[in-house]
Design a protein around this ligand. Structure first.
Ligand code: ZN
Length: 249
């Protein structure tokens, strides 16, 4: 029997956890595993990483993925263009995408945005600084169950200007202890695919154990999952007209 659970693939480059002690201590099995554990059994979850054949994103895996989550940082350049093109095509066909934190500089996010996706930041280790995330569209499904604002005591600062196209919706605005602000929860659509960018998640901080962060990711999975009628998406170049066309000739 087919499961009716939403099928989620969590992709993590999975590099810092292997080459930085502090990150390994915090996320011994990787950030992707911590996110999967935090989400529990509600979804059918697969884990994928850079070192797997085809980065774990084979045609088969993507065909069985409703929503893809993406965390990358140091190895954006090592992601093969052919895989990025494959992921891009799936998004246009309706696969949801959630891009986390430094994924703003991933090949797939930049391709979808069409801009440089650059931003201001400062070196955050060891303690980072406080991030206060304001929930500015509380009616939106991605904001379900969240307070008016929540705080992450240790995070890396990202500041405006964030070089992105105007989002469909800006759901969160972050304020940092150092004074910067940042648009930290953004929705887009490309083709039939829904895209959500969510800012927190620097690898040396425990943000993926935070219950509000996990709540946002959980809500975003449900929001990004394709809910349309796939039959209406099939394009015909020889479509029969519903009405008689009278050209007057
Ligand atoms: Zn970071």
């Amino acid at each position: 029997m087919m499961s009716d659970k939403i099928r989620v693939t969590i992709w993590n480059e999975f590099v810092h956890e292997k080459n930085k002690d502090e990150v390994r201590k915090l996320y011994p099995n990787g950030m992707h595993k911590a996110i999967a554990d935090g989400l529990g059994s509600k979804y059918e979850i697969k884990l994928a990483s850079l070192d797997m054949p085809e980065h774990g994103l084979t045609e088969t895996v993507l065909n069985e993925t409703d929503v893809l989550i993406w965390w990358g940082h140091t190895a954006h350049g090592k992601v093969e263009d052919a895989i990025v093109d494959r992921v891009h095509a799936k998004i246009l066909d309706g696969m949801g995408l959630i891009v986390l934190h430094s994924g703003h500089f991933s090949k797939i996010f930049k391709k979808l945005m069409g801009t440089k996706c650059d931003l201001h930041w400062r070196v955050s280790e060891p303690a980072g600084e406080k991030e206060r995330i304001w929930v500015i569209e509380p009616y939106h499904p991605i904001c379900k169950g969240l307070p008016e604002y929540f705080e992450l005591p240790n995070e890396e600062m990202y500041g405006e200007r964030f070089d992105i196209p105007e989002p469909d919706k800006t759901l969160f605005i972050s304020w940092f202890e150092g004074g910067e602000v940042f648009r930290s929860g953004l929705t887009y659509s490309r083709g039939m695919g829904k895209i959500f960018y969510f800012r927190p998640g620097h690898e040396t901080f425990p943000s993926f154990y935070n219950k509000n962060v996990l709540q946002v990711i959980d809500n975003a999975i449900e929001w990004a999952c394709f809910s349309g009628t796939r039959d209406t998406m099939k394009v015909s170049h020889t479509k029969v007209a519903l009405e008689k066309i009278n050209t007057g000739l």
